[in-house]
Design a protein around this ligand. Structure first.
Ligand SMILES: Cc1ncc(COP(=O)(O)O)c(C=O)c1O
Length: 470
C-alpha cells in the first residue's frame, strides 16, 4: 500500500502535455536581451504586458489603495481581520459594473449572484464540483485551453468529451459536432451534465457568433443540461465583430427567469482583461441561487486576500480609468496582433482571422513533413529547441487537424517580438532551402539515373549490334 493518495501519486493531473513541457523548456533557458540573447522566447503564455504604464500611473495617483488607507486613515487592522467569505461588497459591486461595461451595458449583473474565487482556474473547478459528480461528463469544443485537462478533470473526476471543430468553417461549432460528442459520451455510459465554452476562444482568438450561441442554448434546453461560458477574454475583444455574451442572448430571447436561464453560468477573472494573473481574482456568476450558495461555501478553499480586494475595488470603481484602460489596451493589442501577422506573412505563414485574445491561431500545416500529429511534434520540437521559440502545438489543445499552433504576442516587448519573427522567418527559409536543395538533388539524381539508362541502353544496343554482327 502506497503512503500517498492515488491522486498525488498518479499522473492524471493533465500537466504533462507539450503545452506545459514548453513552459519548462523556457524556464530552463529563458531569453534575455542582454544576459541570454540566444535563449528561448516565451510565446506560449497568454499574458498581457502591454499596459503596465497605465497601472503604474494610476497607483501613483491613488496612494491610499496601495498603502491600505481610506481617506488618508489606515484600515490595515480592518483588512487583516476581515473574515467575510463572501468578499468585500465594494469589490463585488465594482466587478459586476466592470463586467457590464465590457458588454456595452447590454446586460447587467446582480452582485448577489457573484462568487469570488482565486482566479478562473478555481472558478472552473468549483463549477464542476457544483454541477457534476465523479464520472459525469462535460462537452468542450476543440481546440480548447490545455489547462482544462487539469482544472476540470483532475480533482473532480469529471470527464471531458471533445466537440470536434475543424478549420473548414473557421472552427465554428455545428449541431452535428455537438450531437456526435453527446452520442460519444452516451456510448461511454457517461452522463452529460453540460457544455463548457470559452468565448472569446482560447486558443482561436475569436468571438462566438450569435448563431453558435443560439444553437448552444437550444441544445442545453433540449437536453436539460448546463452551459458554462468562460468569458475571461471578454474585455480583450479589439476588433469587430464585437463581443456577444451568452447572457445577452438569453436576455434577447426573453429567457430570463426560465429553467434554461438558471442553467447558464459565467466564469470571469481579471487575469487577462486587466493583465493581473498574479492577483488571483476570479469569479463565478450564476443565475441559480443554489449554485451561488454552494460555490460560495466551496470558495473557502480558494479566496482572494482582502488587501487585493481592497486595491481592486478602488481601481475598478474609477470608471474613468477603466474606460481609458480598456480602450488603450485594445489599441495596443490590435497593433501587436498586426505586427505579428505581417511578420508571419513575410515568412509565408497565415493565421486564422481573429478579433480577440492575446494570441493568434497559426496555420503551419504546409511546414509539416506529413499530415500527422507525429509531424506536428517534430516541427514543434524544431521550433522550441532549434529556433528557440516556445509556442503551443494544436495537439495540446486537442485540435483534430495537425499543423496549427497557438502563438502569444502580448507578453513581450516589441523588440523581442521582432526577434522572434526574424527567427521564424529564417527557419522557414532554411526549410525552403533544404526543400529546394533536395529538389535540386532529386533532379540531378534523376538526370544521373536517366544518363545511366541512356548509357546502359546505348551500351546494350552496341553490345546487341556486336552480337548481331558476329
Ligand atoms: C480560457 C481560460 N480559462 C481560465 C484560465 C485561467 O485563468 P486564471 O489565471 O484567472 O486562473 C485561462 C488562462 O489562460 C484561460 O485561458
Amino acid at each position: 500500500m502506497g503512503l500517498l493518495s492515488r491522486k498525488a501519486s498518479c499522473n492524471s493531473h493533465g500537466q504533462d502535455s507539450s503545452y506545459f513541457l514548453g513552459w519548462q523548456e523556457y524556464e530552463n533557458n529563458p531569453y534575455h536581451e542582454v544576459t541570454n540573447p540566444k535563449g528561448i522566447i516565451q510565446m506560449g503564455l497568454a499574458e498581457n504586458q502591454l499596459c503596465f504604464d497605465l497601472f503604474e500611473s494610476w497607483l501613483v495617483k491613488n496612494p491610499d489603495a496601495v498603502s491600505l488607507k481610506r481617506d488618508g486613515k489606515s484600515i490595515f487592522k480592518e483588512l487583516a481581520l476581515f473574515q467575510d467569505y463572501h468578499g468585500l461588497p465594494a469589490l463585488k459591486n465594482a466587478l459586476v459594473d466592470f463586467m457590464a461595461e465590457i458588454r456595452r451595458n447590454k446586460v447587467i449583473f446582480d452582485p448577489n449572484h457573484i462568487v469570488l474565487t482565486a482566479g478562473a482556474t478555481s472558478a472552473n473547478e468549483t463549477l464542476m464540483f457544483c454541477l457534476a459528480d465523479e464520472g459525469d461528463a462535460f462537452l468542450l469544443p476543440t481546440p480548447y485551453y490545455p489547462g482544462f485537462d487539469r482544472d476540470l478533470k483532475w480533482r473532480t473526476g469529471v470527464e471531458i468529451i471533445p466537440i470536434h471543430c475543424t478549420g473548414s468553417n473557421g472552427f465554428k461549432i455545428t449541431l452535428s459536432a455537438i450531437e456526435e460528442a453527446y452520442q460519444q459520451a452516451q456510448k461511454k455510459n457517461l452522463t452529460v451534465k453540460g457544455v463548457l465554452i470559452t468565448n472569446p476562444s482560447n486558443p482561436l482568438g475569436t468571438t462566438m457568433a450569435r448563431e453558435e450561441l443560439d444553437l448552444l442554448i437550444n441544445f442545453i434546453d433540449d437536453k436539460q443540461i448546463h452551459l458554462i461560458s468562460d468569458e475571461v477574454y471578454s474585455g480583450t475583444v479589439f476588433n469587430s465583430p464585437s463581443f456577444v455574451s451568452v447572457m445577452e442572448v438569453l436576455k434577447d430571447k426573453n429567457l430570463e427567469k426560465t429553467q434554461v436561464w438558471e442553467r447558464v453560468h459565467l466564469v470571469y477573472s481579471l487575469s487577462k482583461d486587466l493583465s493581473l494573473p498574479g492577483f488571483r481574482i476570479g469569479a463565478i456568476y450564476s443565475n441559480d441561487s443554489i449554485v451561488v450558495a454552494a460555490a460560495t461555501k466551496m470558495s473557502s478553499f480558494g479566496l482572494v486576500s482582502s488587501q487585493t480586494q481592497y486595491l481592486l475595488s478602488a481601481m475598478l470603481s474609477d470608471k474613468k480609468f477603466t474606460k481609458e484602460y480598456v480602450s488603450e489596451n485594445h489599441r495596443r493589442l490590435r497593433q501587436r496582433r498586426r505586427d505579428l501577422i505581417s511578420g508571419l506573412e513575410k515568412a509565408g505563414i497565415r493565421c486564422l482571422d481573429s478579433n480577440a485574445g492575446l494570441f493568434c491561431w497559426v496555420d503551419m500545416r504546409h511546414l509539416l513533413n506529413s499530415d500527422t500529429f507525429e509531424a506536428e511534434m517534430e516541427l514543434w520540437e524544431k521550433i522550441v529547441y532549434d529556433v528557440k521559440l516556445n509556442i503551443s502545438p494544436g495537439s495540446s489543445c486537442h485540435c483534430v487537424e495537425p499543423g496549427w499552433f497557438r502563438v502569444c504576442f502580448a507578453n513581450m516587448s516589441e523588440n523581442t517580438l521582432q526577434i522572434a519573427i526574424q527567427r521564424l522567418e529564417s527557419f522557414v527559409s532554411s526549410i525552403a532551402t533544404i526543400n529546394t536543395q533536395s529538389h535540386e538533388e532529386l533532379k540531378s539524381l534523376r538526370k544521373k539515373t536517366r544518363n545511366n539508362w541512356v548509357f546502359r541502353l546505348s551500351f546494350q544496343s552496341f553490345h546487341d549490334r556486336e552480337q548481331d554482327d558476329r
